[in-house]
Design a protein around this ligand. Structure first.
Ligand SMILES: [Zn+2]
Length: 153
């Protein structure tokens, strides 16, 4: 399941391990051209986000996407590069947003931080902003918010 990625030690760009040959001594970062000893490359594991995923921006707006691919197509690469978004899966695990030129990629790493309360607070704040009475229910936990969101959207 999932693809294996590695981080360039010089520019921190993430690359797909499958894009590189495994039978060579050195590989080169496609962004900064760093020469990397193939044997020293440590892959990080990805896992499947629980859907929907949520993308929040600095203005407090928050959007739900049914699939990762939908979000990847909707987000502007320039905004991702400027760090304007924070992404979560439905369990509040923080997603990693990357760009390859104009292409946006969204990943969930196995060791990703879980910020359940932060996401619940953002969802509540959004509901409040659109005058939805649910935004004022203090006991609403993340899973009820997420299932409400599925109907709401
Ligand atoms: Zn690099």
């Amino acid at each position: 399941m999932g693809e294996e990625l590695f981080e360039c030690p010089r520019c921190s760009t993430l690359h797909r391990l499958s894009d590189y040959r495994s039978d060579v001594v050195y590989i080169y970062c496609s962004r900064c051209k760093e020469k990397i000893l193939r044997a020293q490359v440590k892959a990080v594991n990805l896992c499947q986000p629980t859907l929907p995923i949520f993308i929040s921006d600095e203005s407090g707006d928050i959007a739900a996407y049914k699939t990762v691919e939908h979000a990847e197509l909707h987000l502007e690469a320039i905004d991702v590069e400027n760090g304007e978004y924070v992404g979560y899966d439905a369990e509040g695990r923080v997603l990693t947003l990357c760009t390859f030129g104009e292409v946006v990629r969204i990943w969930l790493f196995e060791k990703s931080e879980q910020r359940t309360t932060e996401l619940a607070q953002k969802l509540c704040a959004y509901l409040k902003a659109v005058n939805d009475p649910r935004g004022d229910t203090p006991s609403l936990d993340l899973s009820s918010l997420v299932s409400y969101w599925k109907k709401f959207r």
